[in-house]
Design a protein around this ligand. Structure first.
Ligand code: SF4
Ligand code: SF4
Length: 185
């Protein structure tokens, strides 16, 4: 992804706002096609199969993978990277399986999310999940009450996590640094 990613607050746009000419970044699609899984982005002919088969789109008025792909192709970088719907994808890969053009739609969404994260755009819920993984080794902090309930119902104890190893991994991959940077935004 390009280094020219940091944008000021006033440049942030909402998905429904009218599109201005200066929003088109003709290089953006090449930033995506250079990434693993994004190579076939330009093959999209907007058939809509990804949206019609997406289980999240079925229950959402706003989530449309086809729209995200179209925005990426048009170079609406700020719009797509600041889109809240980007974070609704459940990574089930149905769209990738069904795309007649063999486009890895789910991978492109992953690439877009990664780019959004590098700009400091992790939604609060994912920041919390990330912090929880770093601190405890698990994504969801399980309340003491629920752990006790397991005991009373005869369920075995949950396996112990290993936050030290996870911390090493997070450091090696740069995840902890990214999370810290996102905490300030
Ligand atoms: S299914 Fe494939 S070709 Fe059709 S709109 Fe989605 S990404 Fe484009
Ligand atoms: S991977 Fe995401 S966009 Fe694709 S079908 Fe599943 S939820 Fe929808």
């Amino acid at each position: 992804m390009s280094k020219h990613d940091s944008k000021s607050e006033e440049n942030k746009v909402t998905e429904s706002a009218p599109i201005k000419a200066h929003e088109f970044d003709s290089h953006f699609k090449y930033e995506i096609t250079e990434e693993h899984g994004g190579e076939k982005l330009k093959h999209c002919f907007q058939c809509g199969t990804c949206t019609s088969d997406c289980p999240i789109a079925r229950f959402s008025d706003s989530y449309r993978p086809r729209t995200l792909i179209r925005m990426a192709l048009l170079g609406l970088k700020d719009r797509v990277l600041s889109s809240e719907t980007l974070w609704l994808c459940a990574a089930c890969f149905t769209c990738t399986d069904r795309c007649p053009q063999d486009i890895e739609v789910a991978s492109i969404i992953r690439i877009l999310r990664n780019a959004a994260v590098h700009r400091g755009g992790i939604p609060l819920i994912f920041k919390e999940l990330g912090s929880s993984i770093l601190e405890t080794g698990i994504a969801y902090r399980i309340p003491e009450l629920r752990l006790k309930k397991r005991e009373t119902t005869g369920l075995p104890q949950l396996p112990k996590s290993n936050p030290e190893d996870i911390a090493k991994l997070a450091k090696a991959t740069g995840f902890s640094k990214l999370l810290k940077r996102n905490e300030k935004t």
